[in-house]
Design a protein around this ligand. Structure first.
Ligand code: CTP
Ligand code: MN
Ligand code: MN
Ligand code: MN
Length: 382
């Protein structure tokens, strides 16, 4: 991506935040291949090269039509010789031999399997792989492995949470979360963010952002919501004279992370760093709408839910960060720093020239501060 930033009107920008990327991907055959290469490099710890393939895939996702000739990639940013060689082979043979090789590679397959468990990242996956473990059975019967609480929940609800969440389920969850939030604080509001706010029909979880108009409420609302979920259960347990806990407990797992946010903190350079807002990672029991799972003998499924509660004055920055996509957010920050001399993260935008934080009430304000055309959430699927 060493292209000049001043691009002619019709040219594709090297920055995802200067492209409109809908879910209508006309180059899926190429982007799927490039993303396998990227994922494999991530598993190997080669993050730089992985990002190069992710950027190449992202540029192709933004195109209004399918590529027809390899030559068309010449005018595109971020498509290096490695990416072009893959595209060329797909043009000629219908698939890439390197990608096929990776998909059959034992290390890749094992890393992919292990890291699909909630709470298991690339480091743990690699560790298990090098200890010779290849299956969940082997991991779970290995006496020297101590799973943490998150991983234990990850294995316990693996089937359910590895099934994609539908938009219908996301909307049902919104009602559930909203009810608890409003009960705790009637002036608070809940919005869906993450993939569903970008128009996706399915997601690996459902992300919600909570807006609290009163200062300080953002620090107390999530623990109160969690308590509310728990007390709902106890109330019903009491009323129904104790059914099995399995039938009643709506909160299957919760991990609350207290705010470490400080208004004076400068935006961080490190993209991978988690933001400092009050947040929680949950597994919630959701009632099934129609068919009950006869074999499992239950009328619910487990779903992953993320909640974040930023302070009001930083709400727009938190929303922009959590709406994603990850690559879109990464390029917004890179653009801010390299093209505008400003530091951006999920908390704030800081102008290095004037040493000031730039206030924003809406996402539009942030794009305007950066001198960028506004990009709608459904156009951020970079
Ligand atoms: N995010 C973040 N800080 C966190 C967690 C998530 O900034 N602590 C951002 C991610 O960078 C991403 C967005 O929140 O842009 C949503 O994250 P995630 O749920 O992982 O991805 P989605 O885009 O929603 O995709 P999916 O449908 O698979 O959930
Ligand atoms: Mn189109
Ligand atoms: Mn999500
Ligand atoms: Mn999430």
């Amino acid at each position: 991506c060493a292209h000049p930033s001043a691009t002619p009107e019709s040219a594709v920008s090297q920055y995802a935040c200067q492209r409109r990327t809908t879910l209508d991907n006309h180059n899926k055959i190429f982007t799927d291949a490039l993303e396998v290469l990227a994922e494999n490099l991530e598993f190997c710890g080669n993050l730089g090269q992985s990002l190069a393939f992710r950027r190449a895939a992202s540029v192709l996702k933004s195109l209004p039509a399918a590529l027809r000739h390899l030559q068309e990639t010449q005018r595109l940013p971020c498509l290096g010789e490695h990416s072009r060689a893959i595209i060329e082979e797909i043009f000629e043979c219908g698939s890439s031999s390197r990608v096929e090789e990776i998909l059959n590679d034992e290390r890749y397959r094992t890393m992919k399997l292990f890291s699909s468990v909630f709470g298991v990242g690339p480091k743990t996956s690699e560790n298990w792989f090098f200890r010779g473990l290849r299956t969940f059975e082997q991991v779970l019967s290995e006496p020297s492995i101590r799973l943490n609480r998150m991983q234990t929940a990850g294995f316990l609800f693996y089937e359910d949470i590895s099934n994609p969440v539908s938009r219908t389920e996301a909307n049902a969850l919104k009602i559930l979360v909203e009810e608890a939030v409003i009960c705790v604080n009637p002036s608070a509001t809940v919005s869906i963010t993450g993939g569903f706010s970008r128009g996706k029909e399915f997601g690996h979880d459902v992300d919600f952002i909570i807006k609290t108009p009163e200062a300080g409420q953002e620090d107390v609302i999530l623990p109160a919501v969690i308590e509310r979920f728990k007390s709902q259960v106890q109330k019903r347990l009491f009323q129904q004279k104790v059914l099995s806990e399995d039938c009643l407990n709506i909160l299957l797992y919760s991990d609350f992370q207290e705010s470490t946010f400080d208004l004076r903190q400068l935006p961080t350079h490190c993209f991978e760093a988690m933001d400092h807002f009050s947040k929680c990672f949950l597994i919630i029991k959701l009632k099934r709408e129609q068919e009950t799972d006869a074999r499992a003998g239950r009328d619910w499924r487990a779903v992953r839910v993320d909640l974040v509660a930023p302070p009001l004055e930083r709400f727009a920055y938190a929303l922009l960060g959590w709406t994603g996509s990850t690559l879109f957010g990464r390029d917004l920050r890179r653009f801010a720093r390299l093209e505008r001399g400003k530091l951006l993260d999920n908390h704030a935008l800081y102008d290095k020239a004037t040493n000031t934080f730039l206030p924003a009430n809406t996402e539009e304000d942030i794009f305007a501060h950066l001198g960028l055309e506004y990009i709608e959430p459904w156009q951020r699927n970079a």
